[in-house]
Design a protein. Sequence first.
Length: 224
Amino acid sequence: MAQINPSMLSADFARLAEEAEAVKGADWLHVDVMDNHFVPNLTLGVPVVEALAKATDTPLDCHLMIEDPDRWAPAYVEAGAGSVTFHAEAAAAPVRLAREIRAKGARASLALKPATPVEPYEDLLPELDMLLVMTVEPGFGGQAFLDLTLPKIRRARQLIDRHGLDLWLQVDGGVSAETIERCAEAGADVFVAGSAVYGTDDPAAAVRALRHQADEAAARRATR
């Protein structure tokens, strides 16, 4: 079954606990951490993640768009994140960092910007629990989906399958009712959706509808 992770970047930051409750039934809550250095935006950090983890039973999927994740990522596990994603372009020692995140009890994930190829990281995949292919340039919500990332999603799925890995393949950026089926058909199984969820009158219903679309597309892919 496809996993839908609503992006808190599109939620009302003044009402995060209520916004988390509004998507009850989501698989994870996707928390974008930006430092105004790795990306040109500044969002929330460890204290807010810690407070949010106490306010919801839905596990937190923290996406660190920050410099020096080798130093800062472990603190997000300690704050309550169940999954921590760091960027290949920012990590100095990705294998060591992935192992440290796992040792602290969270899932370790590697993110790739749209222009970063997946092939150089093939040997690293067994050290991970999830691979995130960004489908927009990281740093801002509400961007249009980049179709040019679809071939990379397919190549990532081929690498995962070739090695027989139990590795989730996540996409983030411009995921909506119009784009989620293409992502699922390409091989993604975890979907971050921001405005497509929080921009609706019924966010929980939007989560269910997106999951249904993704499952239908994945079923079509499986029969080919």
